[in-house]
Design a protein around this ligand. Structure first.
Ligand SMILES: [Zn+2]
Ligand SMILES: [Zn+2]
Length: 265
């Protein structure tokens, strides 16, 4: 089995002992690839994510971006550095970027402005977007539409919206990535989307170190746990875990424009 964890945070901010441990445990569980997300209130996490991708080039890629939480820290210097990091060949996507009106850590108008700049940057560089959206569905879709995100497409990460949102996101050329939330019993609208979204447009992720799937809920999450998320999506769709893994990995490779494989040791 080959699974790709399309969204994990493995930089030193979260894993001070380095990414080797979680990567090795994931490998033992059947994970063949990772997209490490580099976001933070400085560009350090983006630099770290790129460094991890460079250290493990055959199975780790990076996304670099500006999280809506940190939108108010995004200045001209950060934007310049993000552009140069984003152009690195080891970077497959721009993000996560988007809107988070649940925490409102940055003022909403600043979040919208910075989100629009991230979309523009992705289009300029020609790489797909990784979208974070929470309690901001209408504005997220409106910005994606207005700023022409369709040109690059990308991933709605940690999908936690409903069928209406999924339909519009799919129409905009985005794929849908399920996290541990899909294993939660009460996540019925997410279950609906997991059942009916086209098989060639879905992905799986952990969002490590957050959102551990059942049976690890409440524990720190790491990429090995993506197997449980994949299992639940497979069960909802009535297909085998192997078939789900094969499809989502092919989707990740197509979308990110690269393959993932652990080098022979
Ligand atoms: Zn996120
Ligand atoms: Zn994230």
């Amino acid at each position: 089995m080959r699974l790709v964890d399309t969204h994990c945070h493995l930089d030193g901010h979260y894993f001070p002992d380095g990414p080797q441990g979680p990567i090795e445990r994931a490998r033992a569980a059947g994970v063949c690839g990772f997209m490490v997300i580099g976001v933070g209130n400085t560009m350090q996490q983006a630099r770290d994510a790129l460094a991890i991708a460079k250290s493990y080039p055959s199975y780790v890629t990076a996304a670099v971006g500006i999280h809506p939480h940190d939108a108010s820290t995004f200045d001209a210097d950060a934007e310049r550095e993000l552009e140069s990091l984003g152009r690195a060949p080891e970077v497959s996507a721009i993000g996560e970027a988007g809107l988070d009106y649940h925490y409102d850590n940055s003022p909403r108008e600043v979040q919208r402005e910075v989100f629009a700049r991230a979309i523009a940057l992705a289009k300029q560089i020609g790489k797909p977007l990784v979208i974070h959206t929470r309690s901001a569905a209408a504005d997220t879709l409106e910005l994606l539409e207005r700023e022409g995100a369709r040109d690059v497409g990308g991933i709605i990460h940690c999908f936690s919206e409903d069928m209406a949102f999924a339909t519009r996101a799919l129409d905009l050329g985005f794929s849908i990535s399920f996290s541990g939330i899909v294993t939660f019993k009460n996540a019925t609208s997410i279950h609906e989307v997991a059942k009916s979204a086209p098989l060639d447009r879905i992905l799986v992720e952990t969002d490590s170190p957050y959102l551990a799937p059942i049976p690890f809920r409440g524990k720190s999450c790491e990429p090995a746990m993506v197997v449980h998320t994949a299992k639940r999506v497979a069960e909802l769709r009535g297909i085998t875990l192997e078939a789900l893994a094969e499809a989502t990995t092919a989707n990740a490779e197509r979308l990110l424009g690269r393959t993932f494989a652990f080098a022979e040791r």
